[in-house]
Design a protein around this ligand. Sequence first.
Ligand code: NAD
Length: 249
Amino acid sequence: MKVNQKENVRALVSLLKEVHSIAVSTGAGISAESGIPTFRGKDGLWKQFRAEELATPNAFMRDPKLVWEWYDWRRGIIGGKSPNPGHFVLAEWEKLYPEFTLITQNIDGLHAKAGSRNILELHGNIWKVRCTQKETVMENFDAPLKEIPPLCPKCGALLRPHVVWFGESLPTEVIHEAFRRAETCEVLFVIGSSTVVQPAASLPFHALEEGAKVVEINLEPTPLTSSANFSFLGKAGEILPMIDKALKE
Ligand code: NAD
């Protein structure tokens, strides 16, 4: 461990031992070590398409079969994956702190698989589908899907993934609650997020304005790095267990 990283861990741990209220905001990077590609990494491409070309209402209206084929491919990848040590540390911290909120942009369900319970899913969940006519939300764990595009078992209308696409609004109550938690916590972690997708990218800046300390864990610097109180450059699945170990010493 580098000397300044050791000091960084020591300073953070003494803060973590004093506080009662923690919020965590996770992005695709926390699941990268579980083998789920991030959108912006080199493995994020499917056929010749970028996610931004498929995860949109227009793409779905134009070609629901193509968009569902992409989701079927992603569900196939995600379905076989397990949480990594980073997910497990966060699930444990939920039991350790009186106030602990996990806010995630991820749709993969791995936080719940690791045992986290109090989760605000900003972008929905890939294992849920929604009727395009009646808006009914249902769980669907078929991987591969039985039919593409899938149809509503109740009314026969087209189903869509229950996820938030580029250009769509986030569920109002969930995003309000996420901002409320970020603005009232004492420490906010931002883990594996490029901090370019709004509104999640604004959470740490609101937290800082309200006096919280912000801790960032990412492989590389982001637009948040220079404002964060603590920045750890490295893998979430290694840094989180390292902090957790020091916290319990
Ligand atoms: P992103 O793909 O834009 O960025 C991922 C970030 O994680 C990058 O900054 C990268 O440097 C960092 N990273 C990669 N591996 C890491 C590791 N091992 N440890 C720490 N950091 C690591 O992801 P985003 O910021 O979450 O936003 C893009 C959108 O992608 C979100 O809307 C999200 O819903 C969606 N998405 C979700 C999943 C998933 O559910 N697992 C996967 C891909 C994309």
